[in-house]
Ligand binder design. Structure first.
Ligand code: FES
Length: 82
């Protein structure tokens, strides 16, 4: 197991999981809010095609959570806007 932070809360997941899989395993479904209406978005295709799962990791925006491997100590935040 490895630990990471999501919106300021320390969570844990299995090494080898994607960021999206780790979030779902922790009952977290929202990865971003849409730019204009602030509607929640999350995992959709799960294979890196749709860009619905964009998220901010260690201050870097627009990363696809479904194809980004989880690493120890990542600081992950719901992305506000796209
Ligand atoms: S869920 Fe479609 S790109 Fe990540």
């Amino acid at each position: 197991m490895i630990t990471f932070t999501f919106n300021g809360e320390e969570l844990s997941a299995h090494l080898g999981q994607s960021v999206a899989a780790a979030l779902i395993a922790n009952q977290e479904r929202i990865t971003r809010l849409t730019r204009f209406d602030k509607k929640p978005r999350g995992l959709f295709c799960g294979i890196g095609v749709c860009f619905d799962c964009l998220i901010t990791i260690d201050g870097e925006r627009n990363l696809r959570s479904c194809i980004t491997p989880l690493r120890q100590g990542m600081v992950i935040e719901v992305q506000d806007g796209n």
